[in-house]
Design a protein around this ligand. Structure first.
Ligand SMILES: Nc1ncnc2c1ncn2[C@@H]1O[C@H](COP(=O)(O)OP(=O)(O)OP(=O)(O)O)[C@@H](O)[C@H]1O
Length: 216
């Protein structure tokens, strides 16, 4: 799905070679400041690179229209992005961006239950807690139905039990849809439970890539 060769970002990131497979759960791990966020921001062309080549499905990333790319490769960042308005407004805004039609209320409620956010659709999003906002941005991404989901520590504000439940539900849904997930996580437990490819970064370099063999 993604192939990186000799990629360099300033003096922050140096990736000799990395393949991120499709329809798998790839976890990016490593110490703070190691370059994890920088690596994933490259994948939806959110930041440029100085050197090397990145391909997405065999196509040079730099030659893909960034708007089309970001419809297929949806990022949920560390700090949840919220828009003025209700929970429903915040769910639907991603679809406007993707130029997709408005789903039925039942579908919105189903998505909220997947992310374990038991809130009414007409609640003002500003009233939500930090962890609830994180779950709302995950729900927005799920609703967009992209090919690739990129999560940057999306459940950092949740306690471990809720984190397990939310990520378990989301991953089950992504697997059902046969899509790809790339996530930055500090949680060894999350990586051990769900990770199929584990990439370790330190000082901007890959120190280890571990592929977990699965039956599926
Ligand atoms: N726009 C920028 N300009 C200059 N330096 C940057 C920029 N973005 C990140 N860095 C630096 O690059 C290094 C890697 O940052 P990055 O956010 O990728 O790390 P990380 O592994 O995701 O860290 P964390 O786990 O703390 O989120 C850090 O030293 C950071 O200060």
């Amino acid at each position: 799905m993604f192939q990186l060769n000799e990629v360099q970002v300033g003096n922050i990131l140096f990736i000799n070679k990395l393949h991120i497979p499709d329809k798998r759960i790839t976890c990016i791990m490593g110490e703070s400041g190691g370059g994890k966020s920088t690596l994933i921001k490259l994948l939806n062309n959110f930041i440029p690179y100085d050197h090397g080549k990145i391909t997405y499905n065999g196509e040079d990333l730099q030659l893909i229209d960034p708007i089309l790319l970001r419809r297929n490769v949806v990022m949920v960042s560390q700090v949840p992005v919220m828009f003025e308005g209700t929970v429903q407004d915040n769910l639907l805004i991603g679809l406007t961006f993707s130029e997709k039609s408005t789903p039925k209320v039942e579908k919105l409620q189903k998505i909220l239950s997947i992310v374990c956010l038991p809130k009414e659709l007409d609640v003002d999003a500003e009233e939500l807690s930090g962890g609830e906002k994180q779950r709302l941005s995950l729900a927005r991404a799920l609703l967009m139905e992209p090919e690739v989901y990129i999560f940057d520590e999306p459940t950092s504000a949740l306690d471990e039990e809720l984190e397990d439940k939310v990520m378990g539900n989301i991953i089950e849904e992504i697997k059902r849809r046969e899509k790809t997930l790339i996530m930055v996580t500090h949680s060894k437990k999350l990586a051990a439970t769900f990770g199929e490819v584990i990439v370790h970064l330190k000082g901007g370099k890959i120190t280890k890539v571990r592929e977990v063999t699965t039956n599926g």
